[in-house]
Design a binder for this molecule. Structure first.
Ligand code: HEC
Length: 122
């Protein structure tokens, strides 16, 4: 395919909402891992970050700063490695809000699967 066709094809893909720029990496991991990441998000993260990742879960009330909303330009400008570290080490160790808990029991792969999940929240 020529470079120009490739550009047109990828623009069409974004415009038709076929998952956005982050969907490919998410879809590339096995379904069992995707299911596990989603369940883990619901269990560990949604109470603050919200079921749909808008930072407005029930436990977000009164937190300052508020939990990050994942569905904004935040996710386009943030280093994936940093995100994985925040999930694993928690806010205090990474010198952001200590309200963001550590998840040291999760493997690096589980942390990056969670990252891929929150990148694809609609
Ligand atoms: C008790 C509430 C709480 C829970 C539970 C929680 N977070 Fe957070 N999270 C926060 C807060 C508050 C911030 C904002 C930190 C800041 O801006 O200083 C944050 C920030 C983040 C960030 C953004 C870091 C950045 O770039 O600024 C990511 C990514 C994140 N959380 C992922 C997760 C994931 C994944 C889970 C579940 C495994 C989770 N959080 C669970 C409160 C929470």
């Amino acid at each position: 395919m020529s470079a120009r066709l490739l550009v047109i094809a990828s623009c069409l893909c974004v415009l038709s909402a076929c998952g956005g720029p982050h969907a490919d990496a998410w879809n590339a991991i096995p379904e069992a891992r995707r299911d596990a990441a989603e369940a883990s998000y619901v269990e560990r993260c949604a109470t603050c970050h919200g079921n749909t990742g808008r930072g407005n879960g029930p436990s977000a009330k009164g937190l300052n700063p508020q939990p990050t909303a994942f569905t904004t330009e935040w996710r386009d400008g943030t280093d994936p490695e940093w995100i994985d570290h925040v999930i694993h080490q928690g806010g205090r160790a990474m010198k952001i809000s200590p309200s963001m808990p550590a998840n040291k029991d999760l493997s690096p792969e589980q942390c990056s699967d969670l990252r891929l999940f929150l990148m694809t929240l609609p």
